[in-house]
Design a protein around this ligand. Structure first.
Ligand SMILES: Cc1cc2nc3c(=O)[nH]c(=O)nc-3n(C[C@H](O)[C@H](O)[C@H](O)COP(=O)(O)OP(=O)(O)OC[C@H]3O[C@@H](n4cnc5c(N)ncnc54)[C@H](O)[C@@H]3O)c2cc1C
Length: 472
């Protein structure tokens, strides 16, 4: 019997001697198929996206990153960058996968109100360190994502309408370019690269080895969820639309059509049940926040009231995102208004008829606007930021059969929503091939041209071909 090597194994086999040299040169790990750790480091958070890289380099420092990048150039290998794999674009099959997860340094400067964050650090390491000084970064729904990857894609979190996207808070990046050169991008140095990295360059322009973010003085919020029965979905969505119309920017909120999966990780009263949830975070005076949420309580008492004062250090409890890797299919749309017709499509797509299993785990509509829109014109991802609402739909392809059904369901739902959406894409809410296919729709034509020019100057041979698609 002959055993045919996989493409990843063939490529690695053809440059085996060079890989041995690379192994000696780097401080971190160099792994090929069959090595201990190869599977573990190739797999990102989304188990539905399986990667077979030719070589994995788990970098221990910036020098390792530069060596790996030069190695990829010498052997004409495409380069993919991964911190946690929460936002994998094109899978790294046959590529050199540069894993940053060991670059976890975080330094807070309380006087300057900044954090210097290395490429592999999660917000889970940044938030507690910042909170010790009464400060926070503009993190998203979970501290489990990589701070750098999140920021490169924009980064819309619970303080977003008040302070903007996390990319607005970036003060500088250190970047290893396709030639292995290290450059600083900030307002004074390489300003065009700096602009591109803030919302327009994830995985496509080089490897960010560290960044400096501004921090904000928030320690306590009024936040959480009100759960209503799923049969009230239409009424709750319409009321939500009216509730957030002209909302104060200290409120960032969403409405979620939620089908809690019937799995052990979900606590008993919620497990396997469907709800429509009003979710949010008020970062002003706590009594004012309570009064805002009281409007819902007075309208109809929720079946579960999980809104209240919350230390911002516990911000993860607002969305309670999963922390263990799982298979997921994700898609997104942007809206200027939530028409009754769009609401009908969403309810039909997400709320299962009685006795039927749902395909989606959730459909969440977050209100953008506020500081997100105010900063849109200057930001790289200008089109995505102009929307009033951003929708994220997520399902779990637990097997191939469900995967096919889910893919069709997401496609049909997007088609039904087409008359109601802006056509722009907030790229952090895409994964896999879709992230590349929809890259252009995040940017106005002028901004896309600027990004393509930065890409052409920094990476003319498209070595970084597994992130956003920025080739002209
Ligand atoms: C459960 C969950 C909750 C989320 N919540 C939010 C949210 O509230 N708001 C929001 O805006 N987004 C959210 N996201 C999206 C998430 O922020 C993006 O997917 C982000 O890109 C993840 O970054 P990462 O580094 O963890 O993931 P990775 O998959 O490792 O990286 C994501 C992308 O960034 C690139 N990248 C990563 N590190 C570097 C680097 N050092 N240099 C260059 N490129 C790099 C990668 O190549 C890839 O294209 C969520 C995602 C999940 C799965």
């Amino acid at each position: 019997m002959t055993i045919t090597p996989t493409p990843a194994e063939s490529i690695a086999g053809s440059i085996a001697e060079s890989i041995a040299d690379l192994r000696r040169a780097v401080t971190g790990d160099v792994l090929v198929a069959g090595d201990d750790g190869y599977e573990q480091h190739s797999q990102g958070f989304n188990l539905a996206l399986v990667q077979r890289p030719a070589v994995v380099v788990v970098a221990a420092d910036t020098e390792d990153v530069a060596r790996a990048v030069r190695f990829a150039a010498d052997h004409e290998l495409p380069l993919a960058v991964q911190a946690t794999g929460h936002g994998t674009a094109r899978v790294a099959d046959g590529a050199l996968l540069l894993v940053t997860s060991r670059l976890t340094g975080v330094q807070i400067d309380p006087q300057a109100r900044t954090a210097r964050i290395e490429a592999g650090a999660k917000f889970a390491a940044v938030l507690p360190a910042a909170q010790e000084h009464g400060l926070t970064p503009l993190l998203g729904s979970t501290t489990d994502v990589g701070a750098v990857g999140y920021t490169l894609g924009g980064g819309f979190g619970w303080l977003g309408r008040r302070y903007g996207l996390c990319s607005d808070s970036a003060r500088s990046f250190e970047l290893v370019t396709a030639t292995g050169e290290v450059l600083v991008a900030c307002a004074e140095e390489n300003p065009e690269v700096f602009w591109a990295l803030k919302g327009g360059g994830a995985g496509a322009l080089g490897v960010v080895t560290s960044m400096v973010l501004e921090l904000y003085p928030v320690t306590e919020v009024y936040a959480g969820n009100l759960l209503y029965p799923a049969f009230m979905a239409r009424d709750v969505l319409r009321r939500y639309r009216d509730w957030v119309d002209g909302a104060d920017e200290r409120l960032t909120s969403s409405v979620v059509l939620m089908n809690f999966p019937p799995i052990d990780d979900v606590p008993e009263p919620l497990r396997g049940q469907s709800f429509v949830m009003v979710r949010g975070c008020w970062s002003g005076d706590l009594e004012e926040g309570a009064a805002l949420v009281d409007e819902w309580r007075a309208w109809r008492p929720p079946v579960m009231d999980l809104f209240g004062p919350l230390p911002f250090s516990a911000a993860d409890s607002i969305s309670q995102d999963p922390v263990d890797p799982l298979p997921a299919m994700v898609t997104t749309e942007c809206f200027d208004t939530l028409s009754d017709a769009a609401i009908d499509v969403l309810v039909q797509a997400a709320v299962p008829p009685p006795g039927r299993a749902p395909l989606l785990v959730f459909a969440e509509v977050r209100q953008m606007g506020g500081a997100v829109r105010a900063g849109a014109a200057q930001a790289a991802n200008d089109l995505a930021r102009q929307a009033e609402f951003v929708l994220e739909m997520v399902g779990m392809p637990v097997n191939a059969h469900v995967g096919l059904a889910l893919e069709a369901h997401l496609r049909h739902t997007r088609a039904a929503l087409a008359p109601h959406v802006t056509g722009a894409t907030y790229l952090n809410f895409t994964e896999g091939q879709e992230k590349q296919e929809r890259t252009a729709s995040a940017f106005s034509a002028a901004h896309l041209a600027r990004l393509q020019a930065v890409k052409a100057a920094l990476d003319p041979h498209d070595r970084f071909s597994h992130g956003l698609y920025l080739r002209g």
